[in-house]
Design a protein around this ligand. Sequence first.
Ligand code: ADP
Ligand code: MG
Length: 703
Amino acid sequence: MKDIINVEEIFAENVFTFGKMKEMLPKEAYEEVISVADFGGELSKKTANIVANAMKEWAIENGATHYTHWFQPLTGTTAEKHDSFITHPDKDGKMIMEFSGKELIKGESDASSFPSGGLRATFEARGYTAWDITSPAFLREDAIGTILCIPTAFCSYKGEALDKKTPLLRSMQAISEQGLRIVKLFGNTEAKKVTASVGAEQEYFLIDRDMYLRRTDLIHTGRTLIGSPAAKGQEMDDHYYGCIRERIGAFMKDVNLELWKVGVTAKTQHNEVAPAQHELAPIYETANVATDHNQIVMETMKKVAERHNLTCLLHEKPFKGINGSGKHNNWSLNTDNGCNLLDPGDTPNDNIQFLLVLACIMKAVDTHADLLRQSASNVGNDHRLGADEAPPAIISMFLGEQLDDVIKQLIETGEATHCLANNHLETGVSVLPDLLIDPTDRNRTSPFAFTGNKFEFRMVGSSDSISDPNVILNTIVAESFCEAADRLEAAKNFDEEVHNIIKEYVTAHQRIVFNGNNYAPEWVEEAARRGLPNLPTMLDAVETLTTEKSIKLFEKFNIFTKAELESRKEILFETYSKTLNIEANCLREMIKRQILPSEISYMNELADTVNKGEKAGVKISSAINLLEKVNGYSTKLAESVDKLEVILKEARAIKDNKEKAFAFRDKVKVCMEEVRVYSDELEKITDKDFWPIPSYSDMLFEV
Ligand code: ADP
Ligand code: MG
């Protein structure tokens, strides 16, 4: 029997879609929902009750016993607390399941146990979750049963954002308002909103679960803290797009099914560059839903992997010496009447609206390069950015040949009179068609690359929420749109003013454009000459959140208050120290309780051999030499781990959050590297039977 998957039938079967609402709700209620989803406002109490009831009926019919307000606190993951639909049984002991509009719209939770960076104290712990009507509720089925998940925003009693969703929704409102002003100026008076659309390509590793469970570092930190490279790495380029192994294929098939059921448009799957590394990309959707869906993708991957006795690693750098994982955030702006503001058309030089949008984006990215860089930083990404596999920590834009040429004409003459056209690629083989090629090649090394009708922000870390980068993109572009719109709305001669703005912006901000190789060391020097910020690590970028420039930007568009920014900064410093503290603890434990004891046993065995040889009158030089080497490295390893303990204690004792984080980076992390060097040297010369944990070769090639 063929195993036929009817995707059309199963797609979104576990989602309370607008389509289902249309079928189930009275017309007025449905229209109210659509209006609030599209243009904001509040549902009436009556309608909220009607929607809640329909949602409950549908959920229970599909097996749900509980509902949850599903939200995204500042831990970067998701949070949920389940409530069943049960109520007091009636007099006859019969159970009636209930779910009110109030329960749908608002939830209460203890905010003090989530990171708040000082916004909440434990004595004022109230936090609220509020239904995000723009992101559909869905049913999650797993061992616990079926749970109705309602995407929500999470705020404090005073309305301060304690999550990733609230600022994203605020930024989408800002870009919509400012984007509308721009398209209206160009005659599009029909458009009612401008939506940021996002498609996030997700990279990940899969390894055997039994091996994973034998590595304390992977369990506690998501990455290998020690491990010497396998004989083979990624140098043959034979994994990228390679044939997908059966076990991985079975995993991918299950992931797709699960995702389709909850309405995630899983589209593309392939093997990535590093051994055991893969990628999944969905079709783009509104930034808010894309962000929720990316969380679902990550959760689903982790869950499904377990079913296949695999473990999915989402850390940015699980293995040293081979590529880490990122998340390419593809971003564009679209009106509700079908215009992509980032689509240049065939002749971008004639497309004045596009040129203005592009100029505004150049201005935004150049002015706020520091914030964009910050938005892609997390502890794990520090291991990845700036290595040979990912963009450096310097923001620049890739426009490609065609747009670069248009920009040059604008700067030189103030006019763009022509553009490089599409070409045909002659395959030279009569049975193959000649291909119409894009006017622009790709630049895989650029952090922010124009790819036809969208920008691809390639810096984001694989484990991170994509909320932050999109909050920044939406907000910084809203600002430059706003400035341009202010001028254009007041202009006496529109054509002249738009022309002036474009020329002014592209000239003033041309330094942000870089089409060359971002991985080359020369770029670091060139970027410094251009005065572009280079913020090599996460900690270097934290303060960008609270510069005068940033506070002004965020307050102007009501994205963050100063207090919210300060709180996020505190959380970042805390997170850094906590993460490094766990890593250092874990390393210490592995060395003291696994590696050193194993080496002592190994030395015992070697010494036995040497002694036995001596007794037999033979000097076993290989064993003697090896024993000396193992002893030498083991001594150094023991000393370095003792040193780590001292340094760690000192770092932990620091009170100030910022100072503490820097001590972890500059002292603890450096010392951890030293420990690793001795451990990795030992691994290379230790009998495999004595090495207590799976090696890189075991984990990466035995999947
Ligand atoms: P590329 O090969 O250029 O990376 P893909 O077609 O593979 O392009 O798309 C990568 C991701 O970008 C996908 O998630 C896709 O849905 C998304 N994407 C495509 N067009 C847009 C757009 N206009 N806006 C936002 N994301 C887009
Ligand atoms: Mg891509």
